[in-house]
Write a protein that binds this ligand. Structure first.
Ligand code: CA
Length: 384
């Protein structure tokens, strides 16, 4: 009797489970039906990618670039490739973005290549080289001087495909809570300054600290650090750094044309049809250009606000400190290229291009700016 009772119960249970599975499947189909796109060629199932970033979610400027990239891909593909952007910490912490893309946890990422220098020393060339090229120059090297091919070669062992993902232009040297007079003032100074520049800062007597963007304000406020470089007026104002830093120094010797990166899992990219791969490439290129436009417009706007609304004291780094940082940068770059064959290969390409473009810019960009400034009223860096 006992067995006869058990059997119907089991059948009812199995039937109920089957009904539930079918119902869930139907619900799931209904829930995702808007993701099935009908094109002139017929219906196509949408592909969904996750894009993880090293930026706090919603950060203007740096954080806007991955959002814009995702929107461009979504629009240009007619919804066939949908990219959802996640801020730092939502899926992985900021400094695990590269590994997440490499391992396929996310199909794409946006961040700064020099965050991976512990794993890939030569990656620093793809964010910023102290006293190196400006954004305009670096973009020329990347896209017409062989830089991008070398970058692909650098990331290939990790199954990651890089693209230029924006540039901030020349950054600011940063916010300091002491007034700088000469190189001795750098001794023991704790500063948030990543990448190769961090090593340069150490060699010049300071103490570089690695802190993600979401934590720099608190670190300055609590005195964990004495100085911080972040980006420039636009993004520094967003983080409220004028509230925790006393002096705002320029120029960004360490990041003269800081580049960002869009990285894509190589297998995920290869799995796309050719037209969607092209859309990814074109959207990345558009994002790269657009970000520099964004920073050019909003840095100048934010600088005026810092000067007029916050009475920010904007000062040039003393020559003695620039000299010390330059000397240290040459030592750090030499040490890098001697320790890593790929860094040597990329450095040869980078500095060869840099020297040629510097010669041209002497008679183009610099000559023009000098000529213009001779005719216009002097620039003032104080509140009007
Ligand atoms: Ca920076």
């Amino acid at each position: 009797m006992r067995e006869k009772q058990v059997l119907p119960v089991a059948v009812v249970g199995l039937t109920a489970a089957l009904v539930a599975v079918v119902a869930l499947w139907t619900l799931d189909r209904a829930g995702t039906s808007d993701q099935v796109v009908v094109t002139s060629d017929g219906p196509a199932q949408a592909i969904e990618w996750k894009l993880v970033t090293t930026w706090p979610k919603g950060l203007p400027g740096l954080g806007a670039a991955p959002e814009n990239f995702a929107r461009r891909v979504n629009e240009a593909s007619g919804g066939r490739l949908r990219i959802k952007v996640f801020g730092a910490g939502e899926i992985v912490p900021a400094f695990e973005v590269f590994d997440a893309v490499s391992q396929g946890v996310a199909e794409a990422g946006h961040g700064a290549s020099y965050y991976w220098k512990g794993k890939i020393p030569a990656s620093v060339f793809y964010t910023a080289v102290p006293f190196g090229m400006t954004a305009q120059e670096a973009n020329g090297w990347l896209h017409y001087g062989g830089g991008l091919q070398l970058w692909h070669e650098l990331y290939a062992p990790f199954g990651v495909v890089p693209f230029a993902g924006g540039s901030t232009g020349v950054q600011m040297a940063g916010w300091f809570n002491i007034r700088l007079n000469n190189r001795e003032d750098l001794n023991g100074l704790k500063m948030r300054i990543p990448g190769l520049a961090g090593e340069v800062f150490d060699a010049a007597g300071g103490s570089a600290v690695r802190i993600a963007g979401g934590e720099v304000y608190t670190s300055m406020q609590t005195g964990v650090i004495d100085a911080v470089e972040w980006v420039g007026p636009y993004n520094d104002r967003t983080l409220g750094l004028m509230e925790v830093g006393d002096y705002y120094y320029y120029p960004g010797w360490h990041e003269p044309g800081a580049m960002l990166e869009i990285i894509v899992n190589a297998d995920a990219l290869a799995a796309l049809p050719a037209d969607l791969q092209a859309i990814v490439r074109v959207a990345a290129r558009a994002t790269n250009t657009d970000m520099l436009d964004d920073f050019t417009a909003h840095n100048s706007e934010s600088l005026q606000i810092l000067l007029t609304d916050f009475d920010t004291e904007v000062l040039p780094l003393p020559d003695d400190i620039m000299d010390a940082l330059y000397d240290s940068s040459q030592v750090a770059i030499q040490s890098l290229v001697e320790s890593d064959p790929m860094a040597r290969k990329i450095a040869d390409s980078y500095f060869d291009f840099a020297e040629r473009v510097r010669t041209y810019h002497e008679i183009s960009e610099r000559a023009y700016l000098n000529g213009r400034d001779r005719l216009l009223p002097p620039v003032t860096l104080t509140a009007e």
